[in-house]
Design a protein around this ligand. Structure first.
Ligand code: SF4
Length: 361
């Protein structure tokens, strides 16, 4: 099969490794650009959320490059995510593309159905090969997250060079198809990045800002207008509240440590929100409270304009901000968001918390 899928941050690297190992021809969607968004905006419903529009753009770009099968994650729950794959299929069919779509819904305890969904992607491989492909993809996801975490801890020392090191490490991880080489590329990337903090004399204390919100907006730098890099350039240590590996541990692997974290965030969110509202809305509230109890200087909440779960979270976060005396900035983004106004808002927020810190020091 000639397979394509959503680009979303570094997800494409893991999916490319997975499908290549299974013997498919992989047509990764090109990185998200203005063109991707324009395609999505042209063909998706106006009030659809931005991630859907970006996915439509990704798929059109992938299909134009020769892909015949689109792989998309399914979902359930109160927000629109459960309809994404169906809406995307209808849009692409109306445009005249001839393709097959495979929708993989998270197992939610029904492993038989989950494995059935995955069967066409198995490409006739034996269990051993499928296992090797899945574990390689998983190791890549963990490696990419580790490198990213390390980058965020040091990028404020030298944004230009640290991001260069990071890009180099990501490229190396993308280029290997063996777990041993992957380990080597990861340790090398982490070692190089860690040097930036080792070379400091420990006197510089950066502001610490946590990013919470809708996961696509957190993980895809093009749509969040390079928020993390911009903050790094302002001398801020960024803490991303969730990575792709966390999402997989929560929704697919049901990792006990993550289950414990989930219990904690639900307890923390309880005075404000006590039920699942779809997407990542519950997490945005709970994680904000958990982080607010730690020594951080501010929270930035990112969401796509019209995202239902995050609009609920947005309406709650001012109460969290008031109760914990912590500045919170909400950034609602869509295809019209532009770098200039966006940077001005972030700069103002960072200046505010920097002054606040000096006054309370
Ligand atoms: S979480 Fe928000 S952005 Fe994602 S599908 Fe649901 S409504 Fe859309």
């Amino acid at each position: 099969m000639k397979v394509t899928f959503p680009h979303m941050g570094n997800l494409w690297i893991a999916l490319k490794a997975l499908f290549e190992k299974l013997g498919h021809e992989v047509i990764p969607p090109p990185p998200v650009t203005r063109n991707t968004i324009e395609l999505g905006v042209r063909y998706a419903p106006e009030f659809a959320c931005l991630p859907l529009k970006v996915n439509v753009g990704n798929f059109i770009e992938g299909l134009e490059k020769g892909a015949e099968t689109v792989v998309m994650l399914g979902g359930s729950g109160p927000c629109r995510f459960g309809y994404y794959a169906q809406v995307e299929r209808e849009i692409l069919k109306d445009l005249g593309y001839s393709f097959n779509i495979i929708v993989v819904d998270p197992p939610m305890g029904d492993w038989q159905r989950f494995l059935q969904d995955l069967q066409p992607l198995g490409n006739g491989c034996g269990w051993r090969e499928v296992w090797d492909a899945l574990t390689l993809a998983w190791e890549k996801i963990k490696a990419l997250d580790q490198i990213h975490r390390t980058l965020l801890k040091v990028q404020f020392y030298n944004p230009r060079v640290t991001w260069k090191c990071y890009d180099h490490a990501v490229k190396a991880i993308n280029g290997v198809d063996d777990k041993k080489l992957l380990q080597r590329a990861t340790s090398e990337g982490i070692r190089k990045l860690a040097l930036f903090s080792e070379n400091q004399n420990g006197t510089f204390a950066p502001l610490k800002i946590v990013i919470v919100g809708e996961v696509f907006m957190m993980w895809e730098p093009y749509v969040n207008l390079d928020l993390e890099k911009a903050l790094g350039g302002m001398g801020v240590e960024v803490i991303r509240s969730a990575y792709l590996s966390d999402w997989i541990c929560d929704n697919v692997l049901f990792n006990p440590r993550h289950m414990l974290r989930r219990i904690k965030f639900k307890k923390a969110a309880k005075p404000y929100l006590n039920c699942f509202i779809g997407g990542h809305g519950w997490e945005s509230v709970g994680e904000s409270v958990l982080y607010a109890r730690k020594k951080i200087d501010g929270i930035i909440h990112v969401l796509p304009f019209t995202c239902m779960p995050e609009i609920v979270a947005q309406s709650i976060l001012p109460a969290v901000s008031r109760d914990y005396h912590l500045p919170v900035l909400t950034l609602s983004l869509d295809e019209h968001s532009a770098q200039a106004g966006f940077l001005t808002r972030i700069e103002a927020f960072v200046d505010l918390i920097r002054e606040r810190k000096q006054i309370t020091a």
